[in-house]
Design a protein around this ligand. Structure first.
Ligand code: ADP
Ligand code: MG
Length: 455
């Protein structure tokens, strides 16, 4: 148990900032995993809330990547004198709601395991909403479905967590199979690839392992970024890749970043992976988020007012997984409370994650906290200095002032000490662009926001 948890933690550590990792995961341990009911021990009830709100999906994925079945995840406070939850936090009523929410937030286990191809039939192209954030990737996906192994081979898809990578590549696999049930398709997260590979080697079945892959018509590898430090597996993958490629078999790879940004990836492999281009999934814009929520509502046969959809879309700025999570929570709570989703929101009994509007902060506080975070004085931040650290701090302040306080670019210019608003526009764009791939920056901005809102 201990070993598994260490592996899970190692995987999580790769994905979040060092500060977040030590804050939230240092004192956790795995209590049991019986029948997929995962129990994780934590320090106090505050951690339960935060881990559930922010990291449940990362934990779930990391557990699954380490071959632990996950049906649901529960956090338990581990202390001798059990700290009582603050009364405002949990009522009996809320508790049962939370339990039910817990159960629906986690994706069900693949239903098609009988085929042993790793595909989960719930991921279809039909229920993948096309928007400005993913239209190029979807166009390429469609072209692959029409003619696998031709134009977009390999198909390299990248983007931050929760943006639809797994969904889209699984959908390609499912559609290919629909068109031709005889195709041999195999989907695997890279972490399973390497654990299966190590098993095979240890059992003297390395050749068989290789042969199994050579027979495929389409190989889908998910979360390739976890190949880090797995030289032997990487080599094996490279061989399989070359063989399949030469036979014009379709190869599909997802990752949270470009191959060149993954440490310890062989340069030749990195360049081959993007031979046919690299497609990214971006953060959805407001309209995209509304479209996704409308589609989900329709799929679930749920009634939800357009204003409620807009409210959720406006307030969830992280990713589609969180968007879905909040949506399910609101639907479930509205059902339990006997209110419509909009009535529920208006009653103030749900506070959407990352909803800054509920807690007003001043622009001075923002500038002050950003400066402090970068260990600068406010004067430094507002200076004309172009030293990289100071410039970044200034641009992050511009970004937060714009996104969180919705200030005009002119007002932002005055707050951060720049002359004109085009510099502000440029600064905000720069951060937006960097955020797509720079995970450290993403975490830093989250941390700064936590400081600003005082948690
Ligand atoms: P990733 O693999 O990039 O971390 P997932 O594919 O697991 O993300 O997507 C997270 C959740 O969001 C899934 O439940 C998925 O079905 C949903 N999702 C992502 N993109 C879309 C989309 N364009 N339309 C509908 N649902 C989406
Ligand atoms: Mg995924």
């Amino acid at each position: 148990m201990y070993d598994v948890w260490q592996n899970v933690l190692a995987e999580i550590e790769q994905q979040i900032s060092a500060a977040n990792f030590s804050t939230w995961f240092q004192n956790t341990n795995l209590l049991s995993t019986e029948d997929g009911h995962i129990r994780i021990g934590v320090k106090n009830s505050f951690y339960v809330k935060q881990l559930r709100a922010r990291y449940i999906n990362i934990i779930s994925t990391a557990l699954k990547n380490n071959n632990v079945d996950v049906v649901d995840i529960d956090f338990e406070v581990q202390s001798n004198s059990k700290t009582k939850p603050r009364s405002r936090e949990i009522t009996n009523d809320d508790n049962s709601i939370k339990n039910r929410i817990r159960n629906i937030k986690i994706a069900p286990k693949p239903t098609t395991e009988a085929h042993n191809n790793g595909l989960n039939s719930k991921y279809t192209l039909e229920n993948f909403v096309i928007g400005s954030n993913n239209e190029l990737a979807v166009a390429a996906a469609k072209s692959i479905i029409d003619a696998p192994g031709t134009r977009y081979n390999p198909f390299f898809l990248y983007g931050g967590p929760g943006l639809g990578k797994t969904h889209l590549v699984q959908a390609i696999g499912n559609e290919l199979l629909k068109n031709n049930p005889n195709l041999k398709i195999f989907y695997t997260p890279i972490s399973h690839f390497y654990s299966d590979f190590i098993d095979a080697i240890q059992n003297g079945k390395g050749k068989e392992f290789n042969r199994k892959f050579q027979k495929l018509d389409c190989l889908i590898i998910d979360d390739f970024q976890f190949i880090v430090n797995k030289e032997k597996s990487q080599e094996e993958f490279f061989n399989i890749f070359n063989d399949l490629y030469q036979l014009n078999k379709q190869i599909i790879v997802t990752s949270d970043r470009l191959p060149s940004q993954i440490k310890t990836v062989d340069e030749r492999l990195a360049s081959r992976l993007t031979w046919a281009g690299a497609f990214d999934l971006q953060l959805p814009k407001f309209e995209d988020k509304c479209a996704i929520l409308r589609a989900k509502a329709e799929l679930m046969g749920a009634e939800i007012e357009p204003e409620a959809i807009e409210y959720i879309a406006e307030n969830i700025n992280t990713n589609i997984r969180d968007l879905e999570g909040e949506f399910s929570t609101i639907l479930l709570m509205s059902e339990v409370r006997g209110l419509t989703p909009l009535e529920l929101i208006e009653s103030g009994s749900v506070s959407v994650n990352k909803n800054s509007k509920l807690r007003p902060v001043s622009s001075k506080q923002v500038v002050d906290k950003v400066a402090k975070y970068y260990q600068l004085s406010v004067k430094d931040l507002q200076s004309k200095s172009r030293v990289s650290n100071i410039k970044t701090a200034r641009q992050v302040a511009m970004y937060i002032l714009s996104k969180e306080l919705s200030l005009s670019t002119n007002k932002i210019a005055a707050e951060v000490g720049v002359k004109d608003h085009t510099t502000v526009m440029h600064g905000i764009k720069k951060i937006e662009k960097d955020l797509k791939l720079n995970f450290i920056l993403r975490d830093q901005i989250e941390e700064i926001k936590e400081k600003i809102y005082g948690q």
